[in-house]
Design a binder for this molecule. Structure first.
Ligand SMILES: Cc1cc2nc3c(=O)[nH]c(=O)nc-3n(C[C@H](O)[C@H](O)[C@H](O)COP(=O)(O)O)c2cc1C
Length: 184
């Protein structure tokens, strides 16, 4: 796996990681990738909703994935995933993988102009074009249900098709990225 690791990324410990979470999730978006790079079986999609934080005394992320996403099949089959952030010039690539499904489009990532590469601690791929990657080991899978919502209007506003998100928590086992993600 080592030869494909992008060398200009720095290893970033959770303590020195610096990131504007609202901007990264809500404005810039992230690529969520799952599968196995070495097996050449993986897929990725854009995500705009989710969290970074601390859970069960470890650095963690939560992603939410609707049941119809092809990426969910890889998330369910494999034990890891990655989240990658990109500089603004790559926004069109994220827009592409957030619009087109890999189901029926096997070269979706290449068509988007993305180059998958090996991650270091997990089987799921990272991307050469990324400026930040969080490598995660799955720790929990759940699914929202209609009856648990306290803010009921979310059900009709966010789930008119009743396609409640699956949520996945992952322990962050590696952070790598460019220097802007390191505390000064
Ligand atoms: C900005 C943006 C954010 C998105 N966020 C999510 C998300 O958090 N969860 C989700 O299930 N889909 C989200 N999507 C939609 C998926 O990325 C999209 O349906 C994608 O084509 C799924 O690809 P796949 O079927 O190959 O997995 C988002 C799309 C965009 C453009």
């Amino acid at each position: 796996m080592e030869q494909d690791v992008k060398t200009e990324w720095m290893e970033i410990s959770p303590e020195e990681f610096r990131c504007d979470a609202f901007q990264v999730w809500g404005d810039n978006w992230l690529a969520l990738a799952a599968g196995d790079f070495e097996e050449k079986r993986f897929n990725a999609m854009t995500v705009g909703w989710g969290f970074f934080g601390t859970m069960w005394a470890a650095p963690a992320v939560m992603v939410v994935v609707r049941p119809q996403r092809y990426t969910l099949e890889f998330l369910d089959e494999y034990s890891s995933f990655t989240l990658s952030a990109f500089a603004p010039e790559h926004r069109e690539k994220l827009a592409f993988i957030g619009k087109h499904s890999g189901r029926g489009m096997p070269d979706k990532l290449a068509q988007a102009g993305l180059t998958p590469c090996a991650a270091k601690q997990v089987a799921a791929p990272a991307f050469r074009e990324a400026e930040l990657v969080l490598e995660c080991r799955k720790t929990y899978r759940g699914q929202f249900t209609g009856k648990e919502f306290l803010e009921k209007s979310l059900v009709s506003r966010m789930y008119p098709e009743r396609d409640f998100h699956v949520f996945l928590l992952g322990e962050v086992v590696r952070i790598a990225g460019v220097s802007k993600y390191v505390k000064p």
